[in-house]
Design a protein around this ligand. Structure first.
Ligand code: ZN
Length: 224
């Protein structure tokens, strides 16, 4: 705390120096007429003359009335209090600085805090809702993909089935006429010879089987 850091600071009502401050220079908090208390850390080892509790008066600094110093027993703060006859207390007010300032700042601080708390959860929940929505959407799209995959698989299966069915039927259609043209036997019957001997031997151009009938005996291809 430098020389007259808070000199003439009329707004100051109480001061709490944080742990770690080691020295307070001359008149740092002097002439703060509304200052009623300071809370000083154990780390403070050097307190210059008139650092706290004085205001300008006739012929120099005069002590503030009703000024209290809070600190640990045996600390530099206590020594300073004893030196100038200030009230000293080890009952350090826990909620940082003494009443007046926190009382003034507490509602202010708690009100924003409360509104912050009420505001923060709202975006949080809405964000959660968004996330839920998103995850639900992604779940929905996942489901859609699965359904599409199933649908696509089903359609593929149907197509494959239809193709197989068509192939089989086509084969049947080919083989059937091979049997049906047993109109030939009629001829053969009339001629008194077998169907197979009706025609000269011929090789099926589709499968290469040697045939004597009108149709390939293996693949049903029309030969003549
Ligand atoms: Zn054939």
């Amino acid at each position: 705390m430098g020389y007259r850091s808070f000199y003439n600071c009329t707004a100051l009502q109480s001061v709490t120096l944080p742990q770690g401050v080691t020295s307070v220079y001359n008149g740092a908090f002097a002439n703060c007429p509304n200052l009623t208390s300071v809370t000083l850390p154990d780390s403070l080892v050097s307190i210059a003359d008139y650092a706290f509790g004085f205001q300008s008066g006739t012929g120099g600094f005069v002590p503030l009335p009703n000024f209290t110093i809070y600190g640990s027993a045996g600390s530099a703060a206590e020594a300073y209090a004893n030196k100038y006859g200030f009230a000293f207390s080890t009952a350090i007010p826990t909620p940082t600085p003494p009443p007046s300032q926190p009382a003034a700042s507490e509602p202010e601080a708690s009100a924003p805090a409360a509104s912050e708390e009420s505001v923060v959860p709202t975006p949080a929940t809405s964000a959660d809702a968004d996330q839920n929505k998103q995850s639900k959407n992604s779940q929905d799209s996942d489901m859609l993909l699965i359904l599409l995959a199933i649908g696509g698989g089903t359609i593929l299966l149907i197509i494959v089935g239809v193709v197989i069915f068509l192939i089989v039927r086509n084969k049947n259609d080919r083989t059937k006429p091979a049997i049906q043209p047993d109109a030939l036997p009629n001829k053969t019957d009339s001629n008194g010879s077998k169907t197979t001997e009706q025609y000269p031997e011929i090789y099926c151009p589709m499968c290469g089987t040697k045939n004597t009938g009108r149709y390939c005996s293996l693949c049903g291809h029309l030969l003549r």
